[in-house]
Design a protein around this ligand. Structure first.
Ligand SMILES: [Zn+2]
Length: 389
């Protein structure tokens, strides 16, 4: 987990001017300062600060104004921010209480809990309105689904990143992982950020979604490379052991089949768009392999047919990034779904690992979103005070 969090400060001399009367229904906007009063606080630097009592010129009611970093509560924003930071780093609510107590800062674990929940509330999920409001645009988004354990059951969590820079756009709990459910989640996001390209692993659901939403599709070259290598190795070993008669039944020599597999393994790593024709030719060699009867083991010839057919069909999605370039002729995306995987690892899984599952879905999502937001602000740091206003 990489985080750069900027803690709030307490500035006893800095007071903002009250803008609106806190009394409900009162339109008062002018106030007179009546009295300076002292206020005890829990803070790393100050034990006591001054607050000002103001009187509203319209309704006559009085209220207090506190210096920067202090509220009507006893615990300063600095201590609350430190508590949230420690929690994000992996301490439990109780452990945060112990640690801050050891430094002479008295904060109960229920106050730690409230501070974390309050901050989570500020990084709510992205409804359609929020997405539209943020006006974030990108040409390519990466999407992936992971599962986290919450109160004894696994919940699918979808994550969307800007695939050109790794910024996390959205983290959401999903009702399920079938195509319709994924599409209902993903399509509004694709529309809101104006994406032309969707980057995913090679799950069929994502292929359908890209087709149905009219987006170009990049399937992660690393995923496909790994899967293909494993299949080629497995099939080659079976052919070399000479135990499967299905190829000779089609008059295909073992040498030919092994050469086809070796060529596939090479092409899957060089990914030249024009190799699609070679894959088609390989596929045609096995196209007539009969489908084995129900409950029968799939023979090598039939598996070769499916493998070459799949990679031949997949080819444009695998090589898309090669031909998608900016004005200077550079590739815009790298052809992997690494931004998504990194986001899941750093922002969702790492904090989660230390706690054997969340108790509540709200916390699971909220903490992940908060950490991801901090991750989005790595360059300059995330000012926690902005999330406490
Ligand atoms: Zn008033």
């Amino acid at each position: 987990m990489r985080l750069k969090l900027i803690l709030p400060k307490v500035e006893p001399k800095k007071f903002g001017n009250p803008k609106k009367c806190p009394q409900e229904g009162c339109p008062g906007k002018r106030f007179i300062p009546r009295q300076e009063v002292s206020k005890k606080i829990v803070d790393a630097q100050y034990r006591e600060v001054s607050a000002w009592r103001y009187e509203c010129l319209v309704c006559g009611s009085t209220f207090r104004v506190y210096p920067e970093g202090v509220s009507c509560k006893q615990i300063s924003q600095r201590v609350n921010g430190t508590a949230v930071m420690l929690y994000m780093l992996g301490l439990s609510y109780g452990a945060v209480e112990l640690m801050l107590g050891g430094l002479g800062l008295s904060i109960g674990k229920s106050s730690v809990y409230r501070a974390v929940q309050a901050m989570i509330g500020k990084v709510a999920g992205l409804s359609k309105e929020e997405l539209a409001e943020r006006k974030y645009k990108t040409k390519a988004v990466g999407a992936d689904v992971t599962n986290i354990r919450c109160n004894g059951k696994w919940i699918p969590v979808g994550i969307v990143v800007d695939d050109t820079n790794g910024i996390v756009i959205s983290i959401d709990a999903l009702p399920g992982e079938d195509t319709e459910q994924l599409k209902a989640w993903l399509e509004p996001i694709l529309n809101a950020v104006d994406a032309d390209v969707l980057v995913t692993d090679d799950a069929d659901a994502f292929k359908k979604i890209s087709d149905e939403t009219g987006r170009a599709h990049q399937v992660c070259k690393s995923h496909v490379g790994r899967n293909t290598d494993a299949l080629v190795d497995e099939l080659s070993a079976i052919i070399q052991s000479d135990q499967d008669p299905s190829l000779s039944g089609m008059n295909i020599k073992s040498e030919q089949a092994l050469a086809d597999l070796a060529a596939l393994k090479e092409m899957i790593h060089t990914r030249q768009p024009e190799d699609q024709a070679r894959l088609e030719a390989s596929y045609l060699r096995y196209a007539d392999a009969p489908k084995p009867g129900k409950h029968k083991k799939h023979c090598v010839a039939y598996r070769m047919r499916n493998l070459f057919m799949d990679r031949w069909n997949l080819w444009p999605r695998l090589c898309f990034y090669r031909n998608w370039k900016d004005e200077d002729g550079n590739e815009i995306i790298d052809g992997t779904n690494n931004h998504c995987e990194r986001a899941i690892g750093w922002w969702v899984k790492e904090r989660y690992r230390s706690m054997r599952g969340y108790k509540r879905e709200r916390s699971a999502l909220g903490v992940s979103r908060l950490i991801a937001l901090a991750g989005n602000h790595l360059a300059h740091g995330l000012r926690l005070a902005d999330l406490m206003a």
